[in-house]
Design a protein around this ligand. Sequence first.
Ligand SMILES: Cc1cc2nc3c(=O)[nH]c(=O)nc-3n(C[C@H](O)[C@H](O)[C@H](O)COP(=O)(O)OP(=O)(O)OC[C@H]3O[C@@H](n4cnc5c(N)ncnc54)[C@H](O)[C@@H]3O)c2cc1C
Length: 303
Amino acid sequence: MVSTLLVRASESERLERLATNNRLAQLVAGRFVAGKTLEEGIAAARELAELGRTVSLDLVGEHVTTAAESDQAADSYLETIEAMATAHLRSGVSVKPSQLGTGLDLDDARNRLTKIAEAAGSAGLHVTLDMEDASTTEPTITLVEALHAEGHHHVGCAVQSYLHRTEEDVERLNELGASVRLCKGAYAESDRIAYHDRDRIDESFRRCTTSLLEHGTYPRIATHDHRLIGFTRREARRLGRGPDDYEFQMLYGVRTDVQERLIGIGENLCVYLPFGEAWYAYFMRRLAERPANLVFFARMLTG
Ligand SMILES: Cc1cc2nc3c(=O)[nH]c(=O)nc-3n(C[C@H](O)[C@H](O)[C@H](O)COP(=O)(O)OP(=O)(O)OC[C@H]3O[C@@H](n4cnc5c(N)ncnc54)[C@H](O)[C@@H]3O)c2cc1C
């Protein structure tokens, strides 16, 4: 209930204005967002690289309302890719399709993505399309298919185990040869299309993990859940996959203890690293995932 309210609040423009003008809220968001500028994002990425992690840099921002904003987001991604290449950072960028304007004009959005994919390809970096709310699932997968048809095989997307359709999507993406990021899902979806029971979400996650390890291309298992991490490791060994055949992904600022442990036992770990001015919606989804974060937030606000 609290989670659903927070996810809904993440969509409120009025609350976004209030939060982004509040210095304390900015300070708290700093736990999950590396900074407002590309320089800060790159500096955080360098620190993580020294700790043995790769990164997927994410310029926060979504649901743009004009083509000019989408062009600007695409240009920022080109700068990000250049900066990553200069700093010899691995492994890529995460892009929200709505930020590139999928809600405005799908062809224009695809052209912007193609430019990003070309730049990333030349720099040896991967591009993952984040998965947003369920109205964007089909357009996002269609975009990945279009990019593969153009020869950009280093473009993949996230899928969410809470959606009923995801096991079929995983098969479809496996056949395409796209590298998939598997996560549980962070949006408020209806019972008609999504599981809400934790066990069912986890069962779907496990089935998708097996399918990805068995038939997929370099699966990116994105979870902090130790039971699912343990399952993935056991399943990989059962299927004869070594640590270099897949990776774990975790969010910047979340379970750094687990991140360290995984690196320590020889697993590959990529940190999803957000930076940028438009941090509000991303931050609210992180609060929604763990109500205990609200206490942390409240403590900071009340000094
Ligand atoms: C790399 C990465 C990329 C993602 N990309 C997407 C995407 O494209 N689309 C999408 O819908 N969702 C995305 N997510 C979010 C994901 O869907 C989940 O909402 C989120 O990861 C929490 O699920 P969990 O698997 O960690 O399990 P949970 O059961 O929620 O968490 C397991 C444990 O992890 C810790 N934890 C988890 N989340 C937090 C948090 N916010 N703050 C503090 N501790 C926390 C807690 O200790 C918790 O007990 C992504 C997640 C990751 C890690």
